[in-house]
Design a protein around this ligand. Sequence first.
Ligand code: F6P
Length: 353
Amino acid sequence: MEKFRRIGVLTSGGDAPGMNAAVRAIVRAALDKGVEVMGIYNGYQGMIDDDMKLLSQRDVSNIIARGGTVLYSARCDEFRYEEGMQKAIANCKKNMIDGVIVIGGDGTFRGGTDLSNRGLPTIGVPGSIDNDVTASDSSIGFDTAMNTVVQMVDRLRDTCESHARCDVVEVMGRTAGHIAVRAGIAVGASAVAINEIPFDEEACIQRLIAEKKNGKHSFIVMVAEGNGDFAEQLTKRIEARTGIETRFARLAHVQRGGSPTLEDRFLATRMGCKAVDLLLEGKSNMVVCQRGADIVAYDINYAQTADRMYKKKLTEEQIAALDPTVRKELEDFCKMRADSLEELYNMAYRVAR
Ligand code: F6P
């Protein structure tokens, strides 16, 4: 295989704290091997617009602690079409980019596969507060977002306690309930509602009534976004049914900002270094994942299939067409993911009083 002289890096989709730490790690790890790194701005849009710049050691100094992404981010419709992809690839060739590392979520990885399939080696790094890259235990930004939620809700708790109120808090996750469940446990929420598991609203109401009778002064109900105005409507129903004054709080994009936690800086650095190593070993169309204590890599198509199976987006025909061994492996894996979420969900209820 030809020696890599220059690689590109971009951040795409929703930004996540720790993306900068990953960019820094990629630049430093590549330069350490004598490979230059081209920063591509605004995700895939920057590839199409030829908006790129060589990054030096100093360009990435002190960005490890910064939230957002210094490369900026965008969701790029033009890249979905062949013409856009061809423009992007032509610009990479013009800039002598031999391979690319793309940091983002599943949409970002679909783009990575498009590049790989057109001959440009690409490696994905999961960066998303939602933690919804099924193949990886964690994605960059998830830990920081949860910590932000905890800080915000602790503040809400203070005022709830003073006024004997309930706060229904809607947190991000797109359709995934990982932030809601874990942060819900960490703030001592009385109830948690996520899209993956049916919500027993009656049990929640009865519990709030019982807790109030039992002398509890403040209540937090944590709701994952992704179900229309469910959280707002639930707020009204809780107040009407329990008599507890209830407020609604949507934490929204505050969850995407801020300085990354140690956990996210560490994960980003490990994943960034692994991505560089994979590219330089001649690998392509792979996504870096955390599994237990290890940083591993999977074929993007495999990871995307796991993701779609977990999110119940595969049709019966698509499932039947899978190789039986792969199918069994993915089914077991998705079951393990679903079971561990359910275990946390049940634990949240067990300790909420
Ligand atoms: O994927 C990250 C995320 O923040 C989701 O949690 C949320 O649903 C979505 O992005 C919001 O997107 P936008 O920033 O385009 O409003």
